[in-house]
Design a protein. Structure first.
Length: 152
């Protein structure tokens, strides 16, 4: 078994994303691994915007997506600037789609060796209705998944 050389860190830009990245950087440092940060804009939100636009309201789905991605890239650069890890060892990808499907696709296409992710859903209601993305990744990932949980 080879040691992990590429770690996927999915983030949702929650209040714990910075902590998750810092934890992943510590693990990556010990393994001398690269970090791939991934963010997936949920297609359900995009479909909701498109529905509002179809009703005649002045909302442009393409502009919304572009603005959202630019905001997230800026926020990520700010978070990465606080890490004690070489910036050249970190890469980011942004996607639109079903989060679990996109993350599993990234794992395969990017030849990721380890996933480090938070374990919390956005809300209890979302968890009850569809299950958390983390839970689905834990069940379906072809590679090890390490759960990050803040100490209380």
């Amino acid at each position: 078994m080879n040691k992990p050389s590429k770690i996927l860190v999915p983030i949702a830009f929650s209040k714990r994303s910075q902590e998750l990245l810092e934890y992943a950087a510590v693990i990556a440092q010990g393994l001398d691994a690269d970090i791939l940060v991934a963010n997936v804009i949920n297609i359900r939100y995009v479909e909701a915007i498109s529905s509002v636009e179809a009703l005649g309201y002045q909302v442009e789905t393409g502009k919304y997506l572009k603005t959202l991605e630019e905001e997230r890239k800026t926020a990520l650069e700010d978070m990465l600037g606080k890490l004690q890890y070489p910036r050249e060892r970190i890469r980011a990808v942004f996607n639109v789609g079903h989060p679990t499907e996109k993350l599993l696709q990234i794992i395969k296409e990017e030849k990721v060796d380890l996933v480090i992710m938070g374990s919390k859903a956005h809300s209890e209601l979302e968890h009850v209705l569809v299950g958390s993305v983390a839970e689905k990744i834990f069940r379906h990932s072809p590679i090890p998944v390490l759960s990050y949980r803040k100490r209380s």
